[in-house]
Design a protein around this ligand. Sequence first.
Ligand code: UD1
Length: 416
Amino acid sequence: MDKIIIHGGKRLEGDVRVSGAKNAALPVIVSSLLTDGWNVFHNVPDLADIGTIKKLLTGFGAEIEGDETLRINAGEITSCEAPYDLVRTMRASILVLGPLVARMGRARVSLPGGCAIGARPVNLHLKALQSMGAEIDLHDGYVEARAPRLKGATIYFDISTVTGTENIMMAASLAEGTTILENAAREPEVINLADVLKGMGAKIRGAGTDIVEIEGVKTLRPVEADIIPDRIEAGTYMIAAGLTGGDINILGCMPGHLDAVITKLKEAGMEITPIDGGLRVVGNRNITSVDVKTLPYPGFPTDLQAQMMVLMSMGGGVSVIKETVFENRFMHVNELTRMGANITVEGNSAIVRGVSELRGAPVMATDLRASASLILAGLVAEDTTEISRIYHINRGYEHIEEKLSSIGADIRRVKG
Ligand code: UD1
Protein backbone atom coordinates (compact mmCIF):
# COMPACT_ATOMS: atom_id res chain seq x y z
CA MET A 1 0.00 0.00 0.00
CA ASP A 2 1.24 3.51 -0.84
CA LYS A 3 2.60 5.70 1.94
CA ILE A 4 3.31 9.40 2.18
CA ILE A 5 6.59 10.42 3.78
CA ILE A 6 7.05 13.99 5.01
CA HIS A 7 10.10 15.65 6.49
CA GLY A 8 8.50 18.51 8.40
CA GLY A 9 9.60 22.01 9.24
CA LYS A 10 9.70 23.64 5.80
CA ARG A 11 8.10 27.04 5.35
CA LEU A 12 5.63 26.94 2.46
CA GLU A 13 5.78 29.74 -0.06
CA GLY A 14 4.43 30.31 -3.55
CA ASP A 15 1.33 29.71 -5.65
CA VAL A 16 -1.03 26.78 -5.41
CA ARG A 17 -3.99 26.33 -7.69
CA VAL A 18 -7.24 24.87 -6.40
CA SER A 19 -8.92 22.08 -8.39
CA GLY A 20 -12.60 21.60 -9.14
CA ALA A 21 -14.71 20.62 -6.14
CA LYS A 22 -15.22 16.89 -5.66
CA ASN A 23 -18.52 17.49 -3.88
CA ALA A 24 -19.81 19.63 -6.75
CA ALA A 25 -18.47 17.40 -9.52
CA LEU A 26 -20.15 14.25 -8.18
CA PRO A 27 -23.78 15.47 -8.30
CA VAL A 28 -23.17 17.41 -11.51
CA ILE A 29 -21.81 14.30 -13.26
CA VAL A 30 -24.79 12.31 -11.95
CA SER A 31 -27.21 14.92 -13.31
CA SER A 32 -26.32 13.84 -16.83
CA LEU A 33 -28.52 10.79 -16.13
CA LEU A 34 -31.48 13.14 -16.55
CA THR A 35 -30.66 13.95 -20.17
CA ASP A 36 -30.38 12.29 -23.57
CA GLY A 37 -27.26 13.56 -25.39
CA TRP A 38 -23.71 14.77 -24.71
CA ASN A 39 -23.14 16.89 -21.60
CA VAL A 40 -19.80 18.65 -21.21
CA PHE A 41 -18.37 19.50 -17.78
CA HIS A 42 -15.17 21.52 -17.29
CA ASN A 43 -12.81 21.67 -14.31
CA VAL A 44 -13.49 18.09 -13.19
CA PRO A 45 -10.82 17.02 -10.66
CA ASP A 46 -8.71 13.89 -11.12
CA LEU A 47 -9.78 11.91 -8.04
CA ALA A 48 -10.62 8.34 -7.08
CA ASP A 49 -14.24 9.31 -6.28
CA ILE A 50 -14.64 10.74 -9.78
CA GLY A 51 -13.38 7.39 -11.12
CA THR A 52 -16.02 5.63 -9.00
CA ILE A 53 -18.90 7.77 -10.26
CA LYS A 54 -17.71 7.29 -13.86
CA LYS A 55 -17.73 3.51 -13.32
CA LEU A 56 -21.24 3.67 -11.88
CA LEU A 57 -22.55 5.67 -14.83
CA THR A 58 -20.77 3.47 -17.36
CA GLY A 59 -22.43 0.51 -15.64
CA PHE A 60 -25.82 2.11 -16.35
CA GLY A 61 -24.90 2.32 -20.04
CA ALA A 62 -23.62 5.91 -20.24
CA GLU A 63 -20.79 6.80 -22.62
CA ILE A 64 -18.02 8.84 -20.98
CA GLU A 65 -14.98 10.54 -22.52
CA GLY A 66 -12.25 12.79 -21.14
CA ASP A 67 -10.98 13.77 -17.72
CA GLU A 68 -10.71 17.43 -16.76
CA THR A 69 -13.22 18.18 -19.47
CA LEU A 70 -15.67 15.35 -19.18
CA ARG A 71 -18.21 14.45 -21.84
CA ILE A 72 -21.10 12.22 -20.82
CA ASN A 73 -23.97 10.82 -22.83
CA ALA A 74 -26.57 8.89 -20.85
CA GLY A 75 -28.95 8.64 -23.81
CA GLU A 76 -29.29 4.85 -23.50
CA ILE A 77 -29.67 3.56 -19.98
CA THR A 78 -29.40 -0.22 -19.97
CA SER A 79 -29.16 -0.92 -16.23
CA CYS A 80 -30.59 0.81 -13.18
CA GLU A 81 -28.53 -1.01 -10.60
CA ALA A 82 -25.73 0.51 -8.49
CA PRO A 83 -23.78 -2.47 -7.12
CA TYR A 84 -22.40 -2.80 -3.58
CA ASP A 85 -18.78 -3.01 -4.78
CA LEU A 86 -18.89 0.57 -6.05
CA VAL A 87 -21.30 2.09 -3.54
CA ARG A 88 -19.31 0.84 -0.54
CA THR A 89 -16.26 2.83 -1.65
CA MET A 90 -18.26 6.05 -1.95
CA ARG A 91 -21.42 6.95 -0.05
CA ALA A 92 -22.23 9.74 -2.51
CA SER A 93 -23.25 6.94 -4.94
CA ILE A 94 -26.71 7.31 -3.39
CA LEU A 95 -27.00 10.43 -5.60
CA VAL A 96 -27.95 8.20 -8.55
CA LEU A 97 -31.15 7.04 -6.84
CA GLY A 98 -33.31 10.12 -7.46
CA PRO A 99 -32.27 10.71 -11.10
CA LEU A 100 -32.69 7.03 -12.05
CA VAL A 101 -36.18 6.79 -10.59
CA ALA A 102 -37.15 10.12 -12.18
CA ARG A 103 -35.91 9.18 -15.64
CA MET A 104 -36.38 5.38 -15.74
CA GLY A 105 -39.15 4.84 -13.18
CA ARG A 106 -36.98 2.46 -11.15
CA ALA A 107 -33.62 2.00 -9.49
CA ARG A 108 -31.81 -0.57 -7.38
CA VAL A 109 -29.01 0.99 -5.35
CA SER A 110 -26.92 -0.73 -2.71
CA LEU A 111 -27.12 0.80 0.74
CA PRO A 112 -23.80 2.45 1.56
CA GLY A 113 -23.27 0.42 4.74
CA GLY A 114 -21.05 1.34 7.67
CA CYS A 115 -18.98 4.46 7.51
CA ALA A 116 -16.03 5.59 9.52
CA ILE A 117 -17.54 8.95 10.42
CA GLY A 118 -20.82 8.05 12.08
CA ALA A 119 -23.99 6.30 11.05
CA ARG A 120 -24.64 8.58 8.04
CA PRO A 121 -28.01 7.12 7.11
CA VAL A 122 -29.90 7.83 3.89
CA ASN A 123 -33.36 7.77 5.50
CA LEU A 124 -34.09 11.39 4.52
CA HIS A 125 -33.37 10.67 0.84
CA LEU A 126 -35.77 7.70 0.95
CA LYS A 127 -38.49 9.51 2.91
CA ALA A 128 -38.44 12.37 0.40
CA LEU A 129 -38.75 10.03 -2.58
CA GLN A 130 -41.63 8.26 -0.83
CA SER A 131 -43.42 11.59 -0.39
CA MET A 132 -43.03 12.01 -4.14
CA GLY A 133 -44.88 8.74 -4.69
CA ALA A 134 -41.99 6.28 -5.00
CA GLU A 135 -42.46 2.79 -3.63
CA ILE A 136 -39.37 1.89 -1.68
CA ASP A 137 -38.32 -1.58 -0.50
CA LEU A 138 -35.15 -2.68 1.19
CA HIS A 139 -33.94 -6.12 0.05
CA ASP A 140 -30.58 -7.82 0.58
CA GLY A 141 -28.86 -4.55 1.41
CA TYR A 142 -30.31 -2.77 -1.63
CA VAL A 143 -32.84 0.05 -1.91
CA GLU A 144 -35.37 -0.73 -4.60
CA ALA A 145 -37.38 2.26 -5.72
CA ARG A 146 -40.17 2.44 -8.27
CA ALA A 147 -42.45 5.19 -9.54
CA PRO A 148 -44.04 5.46 -13.00
CA ARG A 149 -43.65 9.23 -12.62
CA LEU A 150 -42.63 11.03 -9.45
CA LYS A 151 -45.03 13.68 -8.21
CA GLY A 152 -44.14 17.05 -6.73
CA ALA A 153 -44.44 17.30 -2.95
CA THR A 154 -43.55 19.56 -0.05
CA ILE A 155 -40.62 18.00 1.74
CA TYR A 156 -39.22 19.09 5.06
CA PHE A 157 -35.73 17.76 5.79
CA ASP A 158 -35.42 17.06 9.53
CA ILE A 159 -31.68 17.64 9.17
CA SER A 160 -30.00 19.78 6.53
CA THR A 161 -28.56 17.17 4.17
CA VAL A 162 -26.33 18.09 1.26
CA THR A 163 -26.60 15.00 -0.94
CA GLY A 164 -30.23 14.58 0.18
CA THR A 165 -31.07 18.05 -1.14
CA GLU A 166 -29.15 17.34 -4.37
CA ASN A 167 -30.76 13.93 -4.89
CA ILE A 168 -34.28 15.26 -4.53
CA MET A 169 -33.57 18.44 -6.53
CA MET A 170 -32.54 16.21 -9.46
CA ALA A 171 -35.53 13.88 -9.04
CA ALA A 172 -37.97 16.79 -8.74
CA SER A 173 -36.68 18.37 -11.95
CA LEU A 174 -38.37 15.58 -13.95
CA ALA A 175 -41.34 15.07 -11.62
CA GLU A 176 -44.94 16.02 -12.33
CA GLY A 177 -45.81 19.26 -10.55
CA THR A 178 -43.98 21.40 -8.04
CA THR A 179 -41.70 20.24 -5.25
CA ILE A 180 -40.79 22.45 -2.33
CA LEU A 181 -37.76 21.57 -0.23
CA GLU A 182 -37.78 23.05 3.25
CA ASN A 183 -34.65 23.18 5.42
CA ALA A 184 -32.69 22.50 2.22
CA ALA A 185 -28.89 22.52 2.34
CA ARG A 186 -27.39 25.86 1.25
CA GLU A 187 -23.90 24.69 0.29
CA PRO A 188 -22.28 26.26 -2.82
CA GLU A 189 -22.19 22.76 -4.33
CA VAL A 190 -26.02 22.69 -4.20
CA ILE A 191 -26.07 25.98 -6.12
CA ASN A 192 -23.59 24.63 -8.69
CA LEU A 193 -25.88 21.66 -9.29
CA ALA A 194 -28.98 23.87 -9.48
CA ASP A 195 -27.26 26.08 -12.08
CA VAL A 196 -26.38 23.00 -14.15
CA LEU A 197 -29.95 21.70 -13.91
CA LYS A 198 -31.29 25.13 -14.93
CA GLY A 199 -28.96 25.02 -17.93
CA MET A 200 -30.63 21.72 -18.79
CA GLY A 201 -34.01 23.44 -18.69
CA ALA A 202 -35.07 22.70 -15.11
CA LYS A 203 -37.17 25.28 -13.28
CA ILE A 204 -35.54 25.83 -9.90
CA ARG A 205 -35.85 28.80 -7.58
CA GLY A 206 -34.18 29.46 -4.24
CA ALA A 207 -31.09 27.23 -4.47
CA GLY A 208 -28.63 28.50 -1.87
CA THR A 209 -31.46 29.34 0.55
CA ASP A 210 -33.22 26.88 2.82
CA ILE A 211 -36.34 26.80 0.66
CA VAL A 212 -35.94 25.48 -2.87
CA GLU A 213 -38.82 25.26 -5.30
CA ILE A 214 -38.62 22.97 -8.31
CA GLU A 215 -41.29 22.92 -10.98
CA GLY A 216 -40.99 19.61 -12.80
CA VAL A 217 -40.60 19.45 -16.59
CA LYS A 218 -41.06 16.52 -19.00
CA THR A 219 -37.55 16.42 -20.42
CA LEU A 220 -34.18 18.04 -19.87
CA ARG A 221 -31.54 18.78 -22.49
CA PRO A 222 -27.74 18.30 -22.28
CA VAL A 223 -25.65 21.18 -21.04
CA GLU A 224 -22.08 22.53 -20.97
CA ALA A 225 -21.03 23.76 -17.52
CA ASP A 226 -18.16 24.39 -15.09
CA ILE A 227 -17.46 22.81 -11.73
CA ILE A 228 -16.82 25.34 -8.95
CA PRO A 229 -13.43 25.37 -7.17
CA ASP A 230 -12.95 23.16 -4.12
CA ARG A 231 -13.39 25.27 -0.97
CA ILE A 232 -12.24 22.43 1.27
CA GLU A 233 -9.02 21.98 -0.69
CA ALA A 234 -8.49 25.76 -0.55
CA GLY A 235 -9.09 25.78 3.21
CA THR A 236 -6.62 22.94 3.68
CA TYR A 237 -3.84 24.87 1.90
CA MET A 238 -4.74 28.00 3.87
CA ILE A 239 -4.22 26.07 7.10
CA ALA A 240 -0.92 24.73 5.72
CA ALA A 241 0.24 28.35 5.38
CA GLY A 242 -0.83 29.05 8.95
CA LEU A 243 0.98 26.03 10.36
CA THR A 244 4.28 26.60 8.58
CA GLY A 245 4.38 30.38 8.96
CA GLY A 246 4.14 30.38 5.20
CA ASP A 247 3.05 32.80 2.50
CA ILE A 248 0.84 31.13 -0.09
CA ASN A 249 -1.29 32.47 -2.91
CA ILE A 250 -4.33 30.23 -3.21
CA LEU A 251 -5.31 30.67 -6.84
CA GLY A 252 -8.63 29.90 -8.46
CA CYS A 253 -10.58 29.74 -5.18
CA MET A 254 -13.82 31.60 -4.50
CA PRO A 255 -13.27 33.68 -1.35
CA GLY A 256 -17.03 34.15 -0.96
CA HIS A 257 -17.35 30.40 -0.26
CA LEU A 258 -14.80 30.61 2.54
CA ASP A 259 -16.19 33.37 4.77
CA ALA A 260 -16.43 31.32 7.97
CA VAL A 261 -13.01 29.77 7.37
CA ILE A 262 -11.37 33.12 6.65
CA THR A 263 -12.93 34.63 9.78
CA LYS A 264 -11.65 31.82 12.00
CA LEU A 265 -8.17 31.77 10.48
CA LYS A 266 -7.88 35.54 10.92
CA GLU A 267 -8.94 35.15 14.56
CA ALA A 268 -6.15 32.60 14.84
CA GLY A 269 -3.71 35.29 13.75
CA MET A 270 -3.35 34.67 10.02
CA GLU A 271 -3.29 37.42 7.42
CA ILE A 272 -5.65 36.76 4.53
CA THR A 273 -6.06 39.24 1.71
CA PRO A 274 -7.83 39.07 -1.64
CA ILE A 275 -5.49 39.10 -4.66
CA ASP A 276 -6.14 38.86 -8.35
CA GLY A 277 -7.54 35.34 -8.88
CA GLY A 278 -7.65 34.23 -5.27
CA LEU A 279 -6.31 34.83 -1.79
CA ARG A 280 -2.91 35.54 -0.26
CA VAL A 281 -2.54 33.72 3.02
CA VAL A 282 0.27 34.50 5.43
CA GLY A 283 0.86 32.61 8.64
CA ASN A 284 2.93 33.59 11.61
CA ARG A 285 4.20 31.10 14.12
CA ASN A 286 2.21 32.62 16.97
CA ILE A 287 -1.08 30.86 16.45
CA THR A 288 -3.95 32.06 18.63
CA SER A 289 -6.25 29.34 19.99
CA VAL A 290 -9.86 29.89 18.93
CA ASP A 291 -13.04 27.89 19.47
CA VAL A 292 -14.67 26.33 16.43
CA LYS A 293 -18.09 24.79 15.90
CA THR A 294 -18.85 22.91 12.69
CA LEU A 295 -22.19 23.69 11.10
CA PRO A 296 -23.94 23.34 7.75
CA TYR A 297 -22.99 26.10 5.26
CA PRO A 298 -22.49 29.02 5.76
CA GLY A 299 -21.03 27.78 9.07
CA PHE A 300 -17.55 26.34 9.51
CA PRO A 301 -17.37 23.15 7.38
CA THR A 302 -17.07 19.78 9.08
CA ASP A 303 -14.77 18.80 6.20
CA LEU A 304 -12.16 21.21 7.62
CA GLN A 305 -12.57 20.24 11.26
CA ALA A 306 -9.66 17.77 11.35
CA GLN A 307 -7.32 20.20 9.58
CA MET A 308 -8.33 23.03 11.94
CA MET A 309 -7.57 20.75 14.88
CA VAL A 310 -3.95 20.49 13.72
CA LEU A 311 -3.68 24.28 13.60
CA MET A 312 -5.16 24.52 17.08
CA SER A 313 -2.72 21.86 18.30
CA MET A 314 0.00 24.42 17.67
CA GLY A 315 -2.02 27.26 19.24
CA GLY A 316 -0.91 29.34 22.19
CA GLY A 317 -3.79 28.35 24.49
CA VAL A 318 -6.85 26.11 24.66
CA SER A 319 -9.37 25.62 21.86
CA VAL A 320 -12.70 23.80 21.96
CA ILE A 321 -13.71 22.26 18.66
CA LYS A 322 -17.32 21.17 18.58
CA GLU A 323 -18.49 18.81 15.82
CA THR A 324 -22.23 19.18 15.29
CA VAL A 325 -22.65 17.73 11.78
CA PHE A 326 -21.36 14.18 12.20
CA GLU A 327 -21.13 12.02 15.28
CA ASN A 328 -17.82 10.22 15.76
CA ARG A 329 -15.74 12.39 13.47
CA PHE A 330 -12.70 12.49 15.73
CA MET A 331 -10.74 9.46 14.50
CA HIS A 332 -7.77 11.68 13.68
CA VAL A 333 -7.41 12.56 17.37
CA ASN A 334 -5.59 9.34 18.32
CA GLU A 335 -3.11 9.71 15.49
CA LEU A 336 -2.50 13.41 16.23
CA THR A 337 -1.96 12.52 19.88
CA ARG A 338 0.71 10.04 18.79
CA MET A 339 2.46 12.97 17.14
CA GLY A 340 2.47 14.90 20.40
CA ALA A 341 -0.82 16.84 20.22
CA ASN A 342 -2.71 17.35 23.48
CA ILE A 343 -6.37 16.65 22.72
CA THR A 344 -9.17 15.33 24.92
CA VAL A 345 -12.51 14.33 23.46
CA GLU A 346 -15.66 14.86 25.49
CA GLY A 347 -18.81 13.89 23.62
CA ASN A 348 -18.88 15.90 20.42
CA SER A 349 -16.22 18.38 21.59
CA ALA A 350 -12.46 18.15 21.42
CA ILE A 351 -10.46 20.21 23.86
CA VAL A 352 -7.19 21.07 22.18
CA ARG A 353 -4.35 22.40 24.32
CA GLY A 354 -1.63 23.95 22.21
CA VAL A 355 1.80 22.32 22.33
CA SER A 356 5.14 23.80 21.29
CA GLU A 357 5.92 21.10 18.76
CA LEU A 358 4.55 18.02 17.02
CA ARG A 359 6.87 15.10 16.35
CA GLY A 360 6.94 12.88 13.29
CA ALA A 361 5.62 9.33 13.77
CA PRO A 362 4.22 6.48 11.71
CA VAL A 363 0.48 7.22 11.52
CA MET A 364 -2.53 5.82 9.72
CA ALA A 365 -5.17 7.68 7.72
CA THR A 366 -8.74 6.72 8.69
CA ASP A 367 -10.78 8.79 6.28
CA LEU A 368 -10.40 11.49 3.66
CA ARG A 369 -10.23 14.62 5.80
CA ALA A 370 -8.34 12.81 8.58
CA SER A 371 -5.62 12.01 6.05
CA ALA A 372 -5.40 15.69 5.14
CA SER A 373 -4.97 16.53 8.82
CA LEU A 374 -2.12 14.05 9.17
CA ILE A 375 -0.37 15.54 6.14
CA LEU A 376 -0.71 19.01 7.70
CA ALA A 377 0.65 17.70 11.00
CA GLY A 378 3.55 16.12 9.12
CA LEU A 379 4.36 19.46 7.45
CA VAL A 380 4.92 21.15 10.80
CA ALA A 381 6.30 18.19 12.79
CA GLU A 382 9.92 17.64 13.73
CA ASP A 383 11.55 14.73 11.87
CA THR A 384 9.78 12.28 9.64
CA THR A 385 6.08 11.43 9.42
CA GLU A 386 5.04 8.32 7.55
CA ILE A 387 1.33 8.11 6.71
CA SER A 388 -0.13 4.77 5.67
CA ARG A 389 -3.58 3.93 4.21
CA ILE A 390 -3.11 6.99 2.07
CA TYR A 391 -5.65 5.78 -0.50
CA HIS A 392 -8.19 7.88 1.42
CA ILE A 393 -6.43 11.07 0.29
CA ASN A 394 -6.74 10.05 -3.38
CA ARG A 395 -10.52 10.30 -3.00
CA GLY A 396 -10.50 14.05 -2.47
CA TYR A 397 -7.22 15.90 -3.02
CA GLU A 398 -5.92 16.21 -6.56
CA HIS A 399 -2.12 15.79 -6.80
CA ILE A 400 -1.57 16.87 -3.20
CA GLU A 401 2.09 15.84 -3.01
CA GLU A 402 2.92 17.70 -6.24
CA LYS A 403 1.04 20.80 -5.11
CA LEU A 404 2.71 20.85 -1.68
CA SER A 405 6.17 20.07 -3.11
CA SER A 406 5.81 22.96 -5.54
CA ILE A 407 5.47 25.38 -2.60
CA GLY A 408 8.40 23.97 -0.69
CA ALA A 409 7.19 20.94 1.29
CA ASP A 410 9.42 17.89 1.56
CA ILE A 411 6.77 15.28 0.80
CA ARG A 412 6.82 12.19 -1.35
CA ARG A 413 4.72 9.14 -1.99
CA VAL A 414 6.31 5.71 -1.88
CA LYS A 415 4.65 2.83 -3.64
CA GLY A 416 4.13 -0.18 -1.43
C1 UD1 B 1 -21.88 15.89 2.20
C2 UD1 B 1 -20.46 15.93 1.67
C3 UD1 B 1 -19.47 15.66 2.80
C4 UD1 B 1 -19.73 16.63 3.95
C5 UD1 B 1 -21.19 16.63 4.37
C6 UD1 B 1 -21.53 17.68 5.39
C7 UD1 B 1 -20.73 15.24 -0.63
C8 UD1 B 1 -20.51 14.22 -1.66
N1 UD1 B 1 -20.35 14.95 0.62
O1 UD1 B 1 -22.09 14.57 2.69
O2 UD1 B 1 -18.15 15.84 2.30
O3 UD1 B 1 -18.95 16.24 5.07
O4 UD1 B 1 -22.04 16.85 3.23
O5 UD1 B 1 -21.17 18.94 4.92
O6 UD1 B 1 -21.24 16.31 -0.91
N2 UD1 B 1 -28.35 12.51 7.66
C9 UD1 B 1 -29.37 11.73 8.12
N3 UD1 B 1 -30.18 11.11 7.20
C10 UD1 B 1 -30.01 11.26 5.85
C11 UD1 B 1 -28.96 12.07 5.39
C12 UD1 B 1 -28.14 12.69 6.33
O7 UD1 B 1 -29.55 11.56 9.33
O8 UD1 B 1 -30.76 10.67 5.08
C13 UD1 B 1 -27.45 13.18 8.63
C14 UD1 B 1 -26.01 12.69 8.55
O9 UD1 B 1 -25.82 11.52 9.31
C15 UD1 B 1 -25.25 13.88 9.11
C16 UD1 B 1 -26.08 15.07 8.63
O10 UD1 B 1 -27.34 14.55 8.27
O11 UD1 B 1 -25.25 13.83 10.51
C17 UD1 B 1 -25.52 15.80 7.42
O12 UD1 B 1 -25.19 14.86 6.43
P1 UD1 B 1 -25.26 15.18 4.86
O13 UD1 B 1 -25.32 16.65 4.65
O14 UD1 B 1 -26.32 14.34 4.26
O15 UD1 B 1 -23.85 14.65 4.37
P2 UD1 B 1 -23.57 14.05 2.94
O16 UD1 B 1 -24.49 14.66 1.97
O17 UD1 B 1 -23.50 12.56 3.03
